[in-house]
Ligand binder design. Structure first.
Ligand code: HEM
Length: 409
């Protein structure tokens, strides 16, 4: 029998058939045989068990910023190499460390959470308007026609994008998503840069405008907090508002798409949900556990440490396999069963600790409304081709469908 070798981080993408065709077989073996190991090619430690992932992500003393990583760490180094201005440090909370992270995230979170708390009627209106466009059609693509537009329209409403700029905003939103695609073509890179520059200019102009004429939106909240003494620069506000867009669109799209796909494949769970719509919150959590939209997150060791007995030195990088942790049998009995009434351990789809996803409450709200309303509106919805393999997108480290064709008549 040939010796089993764990796959490296860069081999665990849908571009590699050995991974694509047996993803959970790969994760199951990693957790049981090699739960923490050093991938020399990527220069990362790979952590796959739920207990190790949860405990390490909760450690607020670890670093997130790429600049702390040793030279051998491929992903942090490529983030630095892609910066437009090499002198510039991170402006987005995604890659900030304390004390900056503890300065910038709280006012942003305060304003954003207050908006999300009163946003349900707006989400319902956005979902209803998107559903109305599907009326009278025998079939459609759940991604293009539903799961993609909803999160873009939701974040546009939170930011207060002017109606006459909504189409531009949608184009820019799709353009900046390319920043998540390491394999983008030259045309996609160009579109990304054009969209990024247009968005930056738009948000900066909106900040100037809201200082003069306050509105009921997040841009106004942020410039008001700044005027009241929150220690935020204009560019920090601007980059973090754009981060909400980049962090929240594709991920929420994939959560909605993955959920609809799961319900079409699990008619008994769909019937359970339709019989008792109060199960929707649990159904979204189970989708986040079972098919989470983000594969990995990362930290950098701020001291010599160990995980599960494996020594890790200061400045070495760690990648946490969220999708593996979410199927760990030590945390979730019968982990490969999709069960919307499941109780027990929390999933790690949103990461953890100081950097836990700031957008989680919005993603949950959008997904709960969008999934339930779609399943209720189309009780006879089915896969257009029940025998076709799911069309997973080839984007590394994100997990969602390229398209999902359904029939409703
Ligand atoms: C299902 C949808 C989503 C998933 C699965 C997801 C997943 C994640 C994950 C795994 C992280 C890293 C956490 C860590 O390292 O501990 C993260 C961070 C982040 N997410 Fe999300 N996200 C989603 C939706 C959103 C939304 C809707 C927004 C904004 C509106 C958003 C904005 C962000 C931002 C700004 C961060 C960085 C937070 C920080 O570093 O302090 N995400 N997300």
């Amino acid at each position: 029998m040939s010796e089993w070798k764990p796959l490296g981080l860069l081999e665990m993408t849908p571009l590699n058939p050995a991974f694509r065709d047996d993803q959970h077989g790969v994760y199951d073996r990693l957790r049981s045989q090699c739960p923490v190991h050093r991938d020399e090619m990527a220069g990362e430690f790979i952590v796959s068990r739920h207990a190790d992932v949860r405990a390490t992500l909760s450690d607020r003393t670890l670093w997130r910023g790429a600049d702390h990583a040793e030279e051998a760490a491929f992903l942090p180094r490529s983030i630095i190499a892609q910066r437009r201005n090499p002198e510039e440090g991170p402006k987005s909370i995604l890659f900030m460390d304390d004390p900056d992270h503890a300065r910038v995230r709280p006012p942003l979170a305060q304003a954003f959470y207050a908006r999300v708390a009163k946003f349900r009627p707006d989400v319902e209106a956005i979902v209803d308007a998107t559903l109305a466009k599907l009326d009278g059609r025998d079939g459609f693509d759940v991604l293009a026609d539903y799961a993609i537009p909803i999160p873009i329209d939701a974040i546009a409403a939170i930011l207060g994008v002017d109606h006459d700029r909504l189409d531009d905003f949608r184009t820019w939103s799709e353009g900046v998503i390319q920043s998540l695609n390491p394999l983008r073509s030259p045309e996609q890179s160009k579109a990304m840069e054009t969209a990024g520059a247009a968005l930056e200019a738009y948000i900066l102009a909106a900040m100037v405008d809201r200082r003069r004429t306050p509105q009921d939106d997040l841009v106004t909240d942020m410039v008001r907090l700044q005027a009241d003494g929150a220690p935020l620069s204009d560019s920090e506000i601007m980059y973090n508002l754009i981060s909400l867009l980049v962090g929240g669109n594709l991920t929420t799209t994939d959560l909605i798409g993955n959920a609809i796909w799961l319900f079409l494949r699990h008619p008994e769970e769909r019937a359970k949900l339709l019989a008792d719509p109060t199960l929707i919150a649990g159904a979204v959590e189970e989708t986040l556990r079972y098919e989470p939209p983000v594969d990995i997150t990362s930290r950098i060791a701020s001291r010599d440490m160990e995980i599960g007995g494996c020594p890790i030195r200061d400045t070495q990088a760690m990648a946490f396999l969220l999708r593996s942790a979410n199927r760990d049998p030590d945390a979730f009995p019968d982990p490969h069963r999709f069960d919307i009434a499941r109780k027990g351990a929390p999933h790690v789809a949103f990461g953890g600790g100081a950097h836990i996803c700031i957008g989680a409450p919005l993603a949950r709200l959008e997904a709960q409304v969008a999934i339930l309303k779609m399943l209720q509106r189309f009780p006879d919805m089915r896969l257009a081709d029940p025998d076709a393999l799911p069309a997973w997108r080839a984007l590394p480290f994100f997990h969602g469908l390229e398209r999902l064709d359904v029939r409703t008549a």
